[in-house]
Design a binder for this molecule. Structure first.
Ligand code: NDP
Ligand code: KPL
Length: 307
């Protein structure tokens, strides 16, 4: 399978390198010093178990036209770069090319479809904790590597099945899903809440879940997202908020979301597509979202980076 990965950061590099090792023909679209490092030295991925993967030279370009049509385009830029990146992938699109976004939130597919009408956009969810440590070097926290992807109407297709097989060969957990819309909302329930409460308190998950008042805020934040999703017709389990708290209780106490790490590093925040989306989509569905509105208000001053 020919795959183009747009944005070789934490998510794009970890999954792109794994898919390449499993036999896919992978080309990365990158920029700046990171692109130069990929072209000269390839990717080095260090995980917390002490394992280091060095890919050697990889195909990496700054212009998608240098790659030509592929079977699958995986978009792994941050949400603020997504519309521009999507508009630039036209040269990668052939008659059967599928596009797979792996951004957090539930709006990536719609952002891409608006920027690039035409190709079918799948739903996709990534579970990994990874960031660029230096040009060409990725640091993964923990060892979790899991993907969920599928046609948004729940159907199965040849490219999705082939990607599922590649994931299994690559040791990536998860795989094809016939309920990807619900999986996206399940992750939003966890992520927007943990990212919002963690960023507002500047505390890791171990503290958030142990302090009763903060735990209550987390529980309220989960419940709001479940209510918004269900009001929009997404098939979410009635006990999803409780199950999400059980997930939180099972995670290492030092866990922090990528948004909280971005905040602590003085970087931009994906807040508009996390708590921001919960408030926006809640208002459209007539569902009150006071917890996320408060998190949005507290964090909005930092959305463009350091203050
Ligand atoms: N990191 C994580 O652990 C997880 C992240 N996610 C989600 O995945 C998405 C990606 O996050 P993450 O991997 O952390 O992001 P990163 O910032 O690590 O990587 C994005 C990369 O894409 C590059 N980029 C942006 N636009 C373009 C473009 N037009 N052409 C080429 N390269 C481009 C960026 O370059 P530059 O630095 O120059 O901007 C950067 O190198 C986010 O939506 C995030 O929420 C989901 C699960 C886990
Ligand atoms: C929670 C985690 C690490 C799971 O993939 C994530 O998506 C994020 O922090 O953005």
């Amino acid at each position: 399978m020919r795959i183009a990965i747009i944005g070789a950061g934490g998510v794009g590099a970890v999954f792109g390198a794994a898919l390449q090792q499993a036999g896919a023909e992978v080309a990365f679209v990158a920029r700046g010093a990171h692109l130069q490092a990929l072209q000269t030295r390839g990717l080095t991925i260090r995980d917390q178990a002490g394992a280091t993967l060095s890919t050697g030279a990889v195909t990496a370009v700054d212009d998608p036209a240098a790659i030509g049509p592929v079977d699958l385009v995986i978009l792994t830029v941050k949400l603020w770069d997504l519309a521009a990146a999507a508009a630039a992938i036209r040269p990668l699109i052939g008659p059967a090319t599928l596009v797979l976004p792996l951004q957090n939130g539930v709006e990536a597919a719609d952002i891409i479809a608006a920027a690039l009408p035409g190709p079918e956009v799948l739903g996709g969810v990534a579970y990994v904790s990874a960031r660029i440590e230096a040009p060409g070097v990725i640091r993964q926290t923990g060892t979790m590597r899991s993907l969920a992807f599928g046609h948004r109407n729940g159907s199965a297709g040849e490219t999705v099945r082939a990607l599922d097989a590649l994931c299994r060969a690559a040791g990536i957990k998860g795989g094809a899903s016939d309920r990807i819309e619900a999986v996206l909302w399940e992750k939003l329930t966890f992520l927007a809440s943990v990212a919002g409460v963690g960023s507002a308190t500047r505390q890791p998950i171990g503290v958030m879940r142990a302090v009763p008042e903060t735990r209550a805020l987390l529980a309220a934040a989960f419940a709001e997202i479940v209510a918004v999703g269900r009001a929009r017709g997404v098939a979410l389990a009635a006990d999803l908020a409780e199950r999400t708290m059980a997930t939180v209780d099972g995670l290492p106490e030092v866990t922090r979301s990528s948004m909280q790490q971005d905040l602590e590093a003085g970087g931009r925040l994906e807040l508009p597509w996390l708590s921001g989306a919960v408030v926006r989509l809640g208002a459209a569905a007539g569902v009150p979202t006071p917890a996320h509105a408060a998190l949005l208000g507290v964090l909005a001053p930092y959305v463009e980076g350091r203050r």
